[in-house]
Design a protein around this ligand. Sequence first.
Ligand SMILES: [Zn+2]
Length: 234
Amino acid sequence: MGRVPGQGHNAAGMNRLPQLFDSNRRWAAGMEARQPGFFGELTAQQAPRYLWIGCSDSRVPANEIVGLAPGELFVHRNVANLVLHNDFSCLSVLQYAIDVLGVEHVMVVGHYGCGGVQAAWEERQLGLVDNWLQSVRDVAHYYRDQLMQLPDDAARRDRLCELNAMIQARRVCRTTIVQQAWERGHPLTVHAWVYSLADGLLRDLGFCVSDLSGAEAEFGRLAGLGTIGAEPRR
Ligand SMILES: [Zn+2]
């Protein structure tokens, strides 16, 4: 149903989303009450130690999950938490975070129940985003035989979420940005984690790399399904 002409914009200005501005004012007042001068300090500088590369999914709010305040976590999110070497948005965030802000940890965080990963696994047609998700399809195709050994489709989708996060973390390591940072001795660790919507908890997938040789060893581990992941699957 379309909007009735002439009425839509009038509905007491509701199209301007006043409820979100009300909510914002309460949030800002609450922050300032808990920590007087909070916003003044934030304006002066940001010095986050972490870069979070996660999924755009509304159920995976980066700062809240790890209990970090504004200013403490630099964030890049896209559908299915992908790191593509021709994506200048992601690469720019990575470069700025490392070279300018000096972050020392980059975490790629997938999540179980990821709609992007699921669509790729099921070969569902969603439109333009299918192009974006092609690299997840490639991962699914590459690991298909091993994924099919898992007991059911839910387990396969979960494992694909884990594999995808680890492969994106590997891609972070392979960027010129990270390789040059390591070459000049910048302390930087790249992690692959997965988040569970079911219990709100993060799992460390065991990919934790701080130098080029470590990265290569982890790549080797990635090649064999079943040897990946330090934590038990959900
Ligand atoms: Zn997702």
